[in-house]
Design a binder for this molecule. Structure first.
Ligand SMILES: [Zn+2]
Length: 259
């Protein structure tokens, strides 16, 4: 795994905004919405984009233990590879995941190409193979690319505009939780694994309902939209739930970039 320099979240966001600015200059107008990520990859950055069966291509059969390969960045020939299972012309319901994967590979191109070029001759550069992060702890290089994708597809000013003047949504156990969750919350089992997991699932279900129309508008997955909205403080978990605020998604959101 390539070791990359640390970047703060604002630094990654700034790098994504610089690319959007360059693209706007190229096309001579504001970047359309949803952000045309494939056009940025091909026309702005001069990369080629190909679909293929990446598990076969890299000779890494799918196994129960390893997560799905979604994309890869081949620095040696300026090529983004996307797994055929994400081809939106065949699988329209995966459009959001496809766009996020392209944006993720652009993140590697913009954030990590210099480091790769420094360390190896171009002809010997191994591709960066990107797997579905799922709920695993990601290495820094992958986390940086994930955040870059989020900032590229979901620019802060556009998400704020789309959210409008509504106050942030705060999930509150008593206002939004099920009778079962409220009952557990008030019991001696408030800090149990059961309560934590029920809190997390009810909270995330509500968040996804709120995120759904925005996810559709920006052509990203509901999960990607939730992470961005939560990162911007537009959807939150109530302070009253502070003892169980930490969920796997929350861990991703708040995990340090440089660990
Ligand atoms: Zn990656």
């Amino acid at each position: 795994m390539i070791q990359v320099p640390s970047l703060t979240l604002p630094q990654v966001e700034q790098r994504a905004n610089v690319l959007l600015g360059e693209y706007a200059d190229t096309i001579g107008s504001n970047v359309p919405s949803p952000v045309p990520v494939t056009d940025i990859a091909t026309n702005e950055l001069g990369l080629t984009l190909e679909f293929m069966d990446l598990h076969a291509y890299f000779k890494r059969p799918k196994s129960g233990a390893s997560s799905e390969i979604l994309g890869a960045m081949e620095f040696s020939n300026n090529r983004i590879l996307i797994d055929h299972s994400l081809d939106p012309s065949l699988f329209p319901h995966r459009l959001g995941r496809f766009r996020y994967s392209v944006a993720h590979e652009i993140g590697h191109w913009r954030l990590h190409r210099g480091k790769v070029l420094q360390s190896q001759k171009k002809s010997k550069q191994p591709p960066i193979i990107c797997r579905d992060p799922g709920r695993q702890k990601m290495p820094t290089i992958e986390r940086q690319a994930e955040y870059f994708a989020s900032f590229l597809l979901l620019p802060g000013d556009r998400v704020s505009d789309a959210w409008g003047s509504k106050p942030p949504f705060v999930f509150d156990v008593f206002g939004h939780g099920s009778p079962e969750l409220r009952s557990l919350w008030m019991s001696t089992r408030a800090d149990s694994i059961l309560t934590r997991s029920l809190f997390a699932s009810e909270c995330e279900k509500r968040f996804e309902e709120i995120a759904a129309p925005l996810a559709w508008k920006f052509e990203v997955s509901k999960q990607a939209m939730c992470i961005r909205l939560e990162g911007m403080g537009l959807i939150r978990r109530s302070a009253a739930g502070s003892k169980i605020l930490s969920t796997s998604r929350g861990d991703f959101l708040h995990s340090p970039m440089n660990s």
